[in-house]
Write a protein that binds this ligand. Structure first.
Ligand code: NAD
Ligand code: LMR
Length: 326
């Protein structure tokens, strides 16, 4: 019995993400939760001829949706409009994430929690602090999904060099998920020797790829389809590792560094960061290992130095939202 819950399932990301998850044979029950239109989306998806059962749960049925979940994916909350930063979404989304985390702590405290809602740099600490209050925090099980940065990196590199395969060329992206906190490690792509101009262009495009979409959608929201693709890729990797027992799966993802006490102790001591996006290897319990930071070029080290102060502010804001209220 593998129940996967999508919270915010009727939204721009939630619908295509649920569609992609409906195709997985690893899921036996796909539960769709949203404050609007979840039963409608569920009825629609339930006609697709795969084995999983699909159920829809409206506003008053959060507990029912979350009960006994193996994995909870969260794209619930408001997206950006032109001129906004991800941090501008904190005011609304922080409360939504807090309430969903309370529900998770009550109904499925051992679930794997995959956070898409922005600002990811702050919403992940919110989830962790709520779970801590319930004695249910396991740092190996809480993830900020930064996979869209990885997907964009592969695509944008391919646009400069069509000899690489964009699907199998995975770029490590470290730091966080917003502007300067997004640090692509382009120096580790085999065979690449980018000029300084190319590096500047690629780095800026990866860091601000989200803005490109927000601007093009012109008030109608932010990335949804590419995010659903990235979210499904990440969710399926988690299921492959935790349900099917597949080993060696690695994705860049934003996690609590205590998920690998020993492996990250030195980095934590140096940066005083509690959360960081880095390549993570998955196992049966979620994070099995946070891989050591790759050796960075001077260019990347400067990007990382610029990312750390902003990350700290974002993390403290999320943490304080819960700890200051208690
Ligand atoms: P959307 O407005 O289209 O959908 C959000 C859905 O969440 C809506 O259906 C809404 O009814 C639902 N919702 C609101 N409050 C809820 C609650 N308390 N419980 C359950 N559902 C609730 O927005 P979207 O485009 O799908 O984006 C969702 C979030 O994902 C935004 O915060 C956006 O910034 C973020 N996002 C993150 C990434 C990433 O890389 N991590 C990429 C794209 C978007
Ligand atoms: C993205 O990177 O596309 C998302 O974080 C959405 C946004 O606000 O840009």
């Amino acid at each position: 019995m593998v129940k996967v819950v999508v919270c915010g399932a009727a939204g721009g990301i939630g619908q295509p993400l649920s569609l992609l998850l409906k195709q997985s044979e690893l899921i036996t029950h796909l539960a769709l939760y949203d404050v609007v239109n979840a039963p409608g989306v569920a009825a629609d998806l339930s006609h697709i001829n795969t084995r999983s059962t699909v159920t829809g749960h409206g506003k008053e049925a959060m507990n029912e949706a979350l009960q006994g979940a193996h994995t909870v994916v969260i794209p619930a909350g408001v997206p950006r409009k032109p001129g906004m930063t991800r941090d501008d979404l904190f005011k609304i989304n922080a409360g939504i994430i807090r309430d969903l985390s309370e529900g998770i702590a009550r109904n499925c405290p051992t679930a794997f929690i995959l956070v898409i809602s922005n600002p990811v740099n702050s919403t992940v600490p919110i989830v962790a602090e709520v779970l801590k209050q319930h004695g249910a925090f396991d740092p190996r099980r809480v993830f900020g999904i930064s996979t869209l940065d990885v997907v964009r990196s592969s695509r944008f590199v391919y646009e400069l060099d069509s000899s690489i395969d964009p699907k199998s060329t995975r770029v490590t992206v470290i730091g966080g998920h917003s502007g300067v906190t997004i640090v692509p490690v382009l120096s580790k792509i085999p065979g690449q020797k980018f000029t300084k101009d190319q590096l500047d262009l690629l780095t800026h495009r990866i860091q601000y790829g989200g803005d490109e979409v927000v601007k093009a959608k012109d008030g109608a929201g932010s990335a949804t389809l590419s995010m659903a693709y990235a979210g499904a890729r990440f969710t399926l990797a988690i299921l492959e590792a935790t349900v099917a027992g597949k080993t060696g799966l690695v994705e860049s993802t934003y996690v609590n560094l205590h998920a690998d006490e020993e492996g990250t102790a030195a980095f934590r001591a140096r940066t005083h960061l509690e959360y960081f996006a880095q390549d993570v290897e998955f196992g049966r319990e979620g994070v099995s290992k946070i891989l050591p930071l790759p050796e960075l070029s001077a260019y990347e080290q400067a990007l990382l130095d610029a990312a750390v102060p902003e990350l700290k502010v974002n993390i403290n804001k999320g943490t304080a939202f819960i700890t200051d209220a208690s």
